[in-house]
Design a protein around this ligand. Structure first.
Ligand SMILES: Nc1nc2c(c(=O)[nH]1)N[C@H]1C(S)=C(S)[C@@H](COP(=O)(O)O)O[C@H]1N2
Ligand SMILES: [Mo]
Length: 202
């Protein structure tokens, strides 16, 4: 596993602040770069399952029909990629993370969560950061379904952390008592990833 790909369309000589809205050493981009390890997975909705396991009272395996029938809500937020680009005012629609948490009921000892994606990619974060009103299982961006490259049919968005703390093509969650490094975290990326503290690496 090498370092994350370097972006070519962002000149990191320039920095943006916009009155404190943009975290340190980030550059605002209007484009939406595509970044992931490996290739875009093929997702078949008929066989897609969203599985929640580990330290929860109600482990679940949702079919696409069950998952996508959960109530959809809008959210608007900024995203910050560890490779120094930020994209402001993203309009998402999706299922609030809190809605799913209320169904699976994490146990009090569940302090960390590992998100899993089709193809096996993972990312970890504290449950405290996951259990927030703004966080979504996003299905749509700018009024359109997600493109395959951006995570169709569903991706996690945790806007107060770096953007890698949201799995594209998400298909599961595991709740844990002890933090377990995900894909990038195993090669040195931060276990939490707060862009305001520049928690890029550890
Ligand atoms: N499944 C999966 N999700 C992922 C990644 C990945 O490699 N695989 N990369 C992460 C990283 S590092 C970033 S910056 C964002 C990029 O999302 P985008 O391509 O929609 O901009 O997805 C995150 N989610
Ligand atoms: Mo990233």
């Amino acid at each position: 596993m090498g370092p994350m790909p370097i972006l070519r369309d962002v000149k990191i000589r320039e920095r943006d602040d916009l009155g404190g809205r943009v975290p340190p050493a980030q550059v605002v981009t209007k484009a939406w770069p595509v970044l992931h390890s490996g290739s875009v997975p093929t997702v078949d909705l008929e066989h897609w399952r969203f599985k929640v396991d580990g330290l929860v009272d109600e482990p679940r395996s949702f079919t696409w029909d069950e998952f996508s029938a959960l109530p959809i809500e809008p959210r608007k937020n900024d995203i910050h990629c560890v490779t120094h680009w930020s994209k402001l005012d993203n309009e998402w629609e999706g299922i609030p993370v809190r809605r799913v948490l209320s169904l699976v009921k994490p146990k009090p000892e569940a302090k960390f969560v590992l998100q899993r994606a089709v193809g096996g990619w993972t990312t970890n974060l504290p449950v405290e950061d996951f259990d927030r009103e703004e966080n979504l299982f996003a299905l749509r961006h700018s009024g359109e379904p997600l493109s395959k490259e951006h995570g169709w049919p569903c991706r996690v968005v945790v806007p107060h952390l770096y953007f890698w703390k949201g799995a594209k093509w998400v298909n599961g969650l595991t709740f844990l008592a002890v933090d377990q490094a995900g894909f990038w975290e195993r090669s040195g990326y931060h276990m939490r990833g707060d862009p305001w503290k520049e928690e890029r690496f550890r």
